[in-house]
Design a protein around this ligand. Structure first.
Ligand code: EPZ
Length: 417
């Protein structure tokens, strides 16, 4: 396991390129179960390596060459996702829908919880049953079978938003018999990116970017090539890095449209953001303004930016209330930020962050993906040395973030723990 050492208070400057989106690449890799797929702009992440191992375990071929990934699961022999693979990555549940669609059966380990919450897949399973799937839970596994004639189109409604639930059902419905409508569908840009790849493969989907998707099943899909969209959460994370260090940085290739709510909140907090075609110029304001934030499903402020935004609010000029509405335990970064001198109190799903003048470096421990980013960001503005252990959490979802920050002038090093 590695640790990251940071000497804080270096103003950042220069250019950083935004990598492909983890939360688009994962459903896109699962889509390759339906037909061979070539992906471009694929980031180098642990979670994608995990998904690659899972698809290979099933008998598929997954080959990477830089940002290009070739996936071919024509000779899929084992439609199953074993616990030892799924336990490290909940998104493995994304293979359930396409396996049922393409092979009529699947045996997928239940994901189990993770640091940020219980994270069940009950909504996924209920929706697949509506399409005729027979689902049994036994020994911690989901054993699913499609009806003899294949999955049937159905009218599916999600009372509560589920991003991978929407993706799973889309991946199941594209080869089902007849029409499927999904109301209460997640509108995250990564859902749309997955839908765009399915359209390129010959699927018939309408309602992209809305909460109502209509999918008319086809008999088979064709191989296709798809460019993974840029990662809006990596972009938001780097905006905080520039804002916290009094720097001026240029981000290359952020998905401006997908970041509207995030840009609004940063501008409200006094950060200067200038959109130039495919670049974003980030300039710290004279002070960080403390503002309130509530996480919401897209197009609201994303829960995946909550921990990083909190790092910014630790040096705000007042009091910020941060409400986490999506996950029940996504404040694991708070106790670590307090070790740097942040003044944060928790009241159920709300964190009250009283801005302090300065943070001071300290040893910290990462607990989950976005918490690890939050600790790194806070260490960049803290006086002195910080040390963050268990950075394997970071590598799950960021493509060399420490190297990108070092290239911007941060004093940041990665060492074996
Ligand atoms: C996706 O997770 C993302 N992961 C998460 O990003 C993101 O935080 C989340 O959506 C919310 O935007 C990927 O896309 C791979 P949900 P997902 O199903 O689909 C509950 C990151 O940091 N729920 O929208 O798993 C669930 O427990 C990761 O990149 C059920 O109760 O999230 C949660 O409280 C973290 N039953 C809420 O709904 C279900 O069947 C939203 O979950 C499904 C979900």
């Amino acid at each position: 396991m590695d640790k990251i050492i940071i000497e804080g208070r270096r103003p950042l400057s220069g250019l950083a390129s935004i990598s492909g989106a983890k939360n688009a690449a994962l459903p896109l890799m699962a889509a390759a179960i339906l037909a061979p797929l070539t992906l471009e702009n694929v980031p180098n992440l642990r979670d994608l390596a995990t998904m690659g191992r899972l698809l290979t375990h099933m008998g598929g071929r997954v080959e990477r060459d830089g940002g290009r990934m070739e996936l071919d699961l024509s000779r899929l022999s084992r439609p199953e996702a074993p616990y030892e693979m799924v336990k490290t990555m909940r998104a493995s549940a994304l293979v359930l829908g396409p396996l049922l669609a393409r092979h009529g059966r699947a045996k997928v380990s239940l994901p189990g919880g993770c640091a940020i919450g219980r994270r069940p897949i009950d909504r996924h399973l209920k929706a697949l049953e509506a399409m005729g799937a027979v689902i049994n839970l036994s020994g911690g596994y989901v054993e699913a079978r499609a009806p003899s004639g294949g999955l049937r189109g159905a009218n599916i409604h999600f009372d509560d938003i589920t991003v991978t639930g929407t993706e799973n059902l889309m991946l199941a419905a594209v080869l089902a018999k007849g029409r499927t409508t999904i109301t209460g569908a997640a509108r995250e840009p990564e859902v749309t990116d997955t839908a765009r790849a399915l359209l390129a493969m010959g699927a018939r989907i309408s309602g992209l970017d809305t909460d109502q998707l209509t999918i008319d099943g086809v008999t088979e899909l064709e191989p296709a090539l798809h460019q993974v969209m840029p990662d809006r959460i990596e972009a938001g994370t780097l905006i905080v890095a520039g804002a916290l260090t009094g720097g001026r940085i240029v981000l290359k290739g952020p998905p401006h449209a997908a970041l509207a709510a995030v840009y609004d909140k940063f501008r409200e907090a006094g950060v200067s953001l200038t959109e130039n075609d495919d670049e974003l110029i980030v300039e710290a304001g004279p002070a960080v303004k403390s503002i309130d934030v509530t996480t919401r499903p897209y197009p609201g402020f994303p829960t995946d930016m909550q921990a990083q935004f909190m790092a910014l609010m630790t040096i705000g000029n007042g009091v910020s209330l941060i409400h986490e509405t999506i996950f029940e335990n996504r404040f694991m970064h708070v106790s670590e930020l307090v070790r740097l001198g942040a003044d944060i109190t928790l009241e159920g799903p709300t964190a009250m962050v009283r801005g302090v003048h300065r943070l001071s470096g300290a040893p910290m421990m990462a607990t989950d993906l976005r918490a690890s980013a939050s600790l790194i960001l806070a260490a960049l503005t803290a006086r002195g040395r910080s040390e963050i252990s268990r950075v394997y959490h970071l590598d799950r979802g960021y493509d060399r973030l420490d190297e990108k920050l070092a290239a911007l002038g941060a004093d940041i090093r990665r060492l074996p723990e």
